[in-house]
Design a binder for this molecule. Structure first.
Ligand SMILES: C[S@@+](CC[C@H](N)C(=O)[O-])C[C@H]1O[C@@H](n2cnc3c(N)ncnc32)[C@H](O)[C@@H]1O
Length: 220
């Protein structure tokens, strides 16, 4: 029996120390090639202007920019401390002119309708107060035919996988945050029910070893 969802306290990782630990963890994941860029490209998000929701320190979007040509990225992030780190990381990549980080709540994305060719977000879904609103917003700002990808943890992952994730997560200070994120994450069935109510177009939810993956296209 899977335990009910337990929301994390506060919206996002806000404290300076948490943010620095999180940056170190994601940098290490980037260096090991563990970020899900291939999934994003496979979905067809590979051109034009993309939106990233909750970029944190920014590595996923920055790697996406690196793997694509003639692209640019706008990202909406609730935590000012994360934005500061993401901007610094963008400078390190030499991509400051291709990416813009905007402070805002994904429940009210500060961009106009039909603006983006694609949208992606990783590890943020379980922190959204109202995922239905965010999914609506992602849909609203996509151009017709635009693709989206939402990936996150799922709390019914196999206990061995959970144990393994904890073991490889470094620095170790981030492990309690990983446990609370897993406890706050959705089951595939839960997210399917939310999507059915939120979106008119088709979508797909896949169960992955460590999480879940939602993909879809805005109706043309
Ligand atoms: C666990 S981190 C994931 C960061 C990054 N996407 C990654 O893959 O490493 C979740 C991020 O989502 C941000 N976030 C949470 N709720 C948000 C919201 N409502 N609007 C915008 N960003 C949000 C947090 O501040 C945090 O940076």
């Amino acid at each position: 029996m899977v335990k009910p969802r337990k929301m994390e306290r506060g919206a996002g990782i806000q404290g300076d120390l948490d943010v620095r630990h999180y940056d170190r963890m994601m940098r290490r994941m980037r260096d090991k090639g563990w970020l899900e860029i291939r999934e994003i490209l496979k979905t067809g998000i590979d051109r034009g202007l993309a939106l990233e929701v909750g970029p944190g320190p920014g590595y996923l979007g920055l790697e996406w920019l690196k793997k694509t040509t003639g692209t640019s990225l706008k990202a909406v992030e609730i935590s000012p401390a994360m934005i500061e780190i993401a901007r610094r990381n963008a400078g390190e990549y030499g991509f400051s002119d291709r990416v813009q980080y905007v402070k805002g709540d994904a429940g009210k994305i500060p961009f106009e309708d039909n603006r983006f060719d694609g949208a992606f977000t990783n590890g943020s879904l379980h922190e959204w107060a109202e995922p239905k609103n965010v999914l609506h917003e992602i849909y609203r700002v996509l151009k017709p035919g635009g693709k989206y990808l939402v990936s996150d943890l799922r709390r019914d992952m196999h206990p061995f996988v959970k144990w393994f994730m904890q073991a490889v997560t470094k620095p170790k200070e981030i492990r309690p945050g990983l446990r609370s994120s897993i406890a706050a994450s959705y089951l595939v069935e839960e997210i399917e029910a939310i999507l059915r109510n939120a979106l008119s177009g088709g979508f797909r939810v896949e169960k992955k070893t460590m999480g879940l993956l939602i993909t879809g296209t805005k109706a043309g």
